[in-house]
Design a binder for this molecule. Sequence first.
Ligand code: AMP
Ligand code: MG
Length: 531
Amino acid sequence: MTLTDLTFDNRFVAELPADPSDLNRPRQVHRAAYSLVAPTPTSKPKLLALSAEVASELGLSADDLKSEEFLEVVTGNRVLDGMSPHAMAYGGHQFGNWAGQLGDGRAINLGELVIPDGTRRTLQLKGAGPTPYSRSADGLAVLRSSVREFLCSEAMFHLGVSTTRALSLSLTGDEVMRDMLYDGHPALEKGAVVCRVAPTFIRFGNFEIFSSRNELDELRALANFVISEYYPHLWPQDGEPTPETYVAFFDEVAQRTVEMIIDWQRVGFVHGVMNTDNMSILGLTIDYGPYGWLENFDPGWTPNTTDSQHKRYRYGNQPGVAQWNLGRLANALYPLIEDVEPLQATIDNYVDNFVSGYRKMISAKLGLNELSDDQEPVVTELQSILEAAETDMTLFFRGLAEVPLTAQSTDDELLAPLQNAYYVAEQVTPELRARTLAWLSDYKAIAEAQGVRDADRAELMNKTNPLYVLRNYLSQLAIDAADAGDYSEIEELLDTLRNPYTEQPGRERFAEKRPDWARTRVGCSMLSCSS
Ligand code: AMP
Ligand code: MG
């Protein structure tokens, strides 16, 4: 098979209203779901990394991936027959405020590829040049943010978190000007492009833009399109969707969103910019910008310096923000339903769904069968212990799996597997030791009551708690190496993250807690939206 044999079925473009203008200048686009726009050619493209799993899912062969044509396609230099490049129109609430039209300002969907299993995947170039939605920006992306997007999409997939995917990471050969810290020091950086892959990149914001402008025919067309393509089981057997169909649709989006957020909390992922334009209608993690991974457990932490004042998108606030965002989606869908009550019921249910899903998730993190309401204090005390001293969340849970609960053990033997998780030895005071031992004793009592043996507990825990996560400093080391022309670190990191739950001898350096130098370094603990 050659690339030219690929079949595209561009239903989004075929079924939804197009922008009648082909003027590629920043402008307001009305009554349209997208604008047709081609990627900007790049001067000296170079492929840096590939996801073999995504390539194989798409049905691309090893020869395809090595071809000049492939490189051209994933870097914006060639549009294949059957593709229909376009930028999507959407709006969004940014940091709690309605921001009006946003849209794909630097992402261009090439088309919907029909893959071997008969379903379709949208191929999207991020950093492919300006579109009518670029506003005052250049439509480009830099190497550092592209490495981060590429690695994190794949890391999340292998962790079992629902996400958009990344097929390839390439340099464009062009330079891009960025003021990385927004402090008046712009500099040239290497331009890059990621080819992203998802069933669709439609966001809450695609609905919001139509609703905000009272473009109700377009709103209905979009909702019908999403339901028929991605939630077909909700489509009524005998006719068109009714208000009840849209309510059921909203309910499923909410359910998928809850599941995604619980997974984020499980692995310690902080998105960083949970604006409604970054919320997928399929409940996929989307738009990897200034995201970060919890190192020391701190619910108040956000990696995003642009959000450092209010910390709206901090780890501990992600569940609440997702609910707020669902409220914005409910508002956007309201004209199709004209009844607040069922939408409100879903929003209210979100809390119960989250609480029960979260409880299940935590009991798996602890290797237990379940946790009952009256065992909730065990969860809150654990969180409080984790915060009492700087404690690496990832290493703590892996260590906890090794704690000998069922054997006769001394206090030192019980605590030994946890020592590696602490950042500052002096913070492990006699008081914290005593609290931790008391907590372990409660934990042991629950495990015993459930008949959970240490070996089974460890097995469940090590399937739930990753050993390898995309630590912020690890990305930065891979970026530094890539910037200097060495791409092997990206490869090695990606390969490690393919099996995040399995100990990989020789790869200990990817499972180490953040070194001291990374505590305050830009790119490691602090990231801006500049990308
Ligand atoms: P984000 O919050 O990073 O997902 O982006 C918010 C909005 O800004 C989206 O509409 C993006 O397409 C747009 N945007 C971000 N960076 C650029 C850029 N370099 N050029 C054009 N548009 C951009
Ligand atoms: Mg975005």
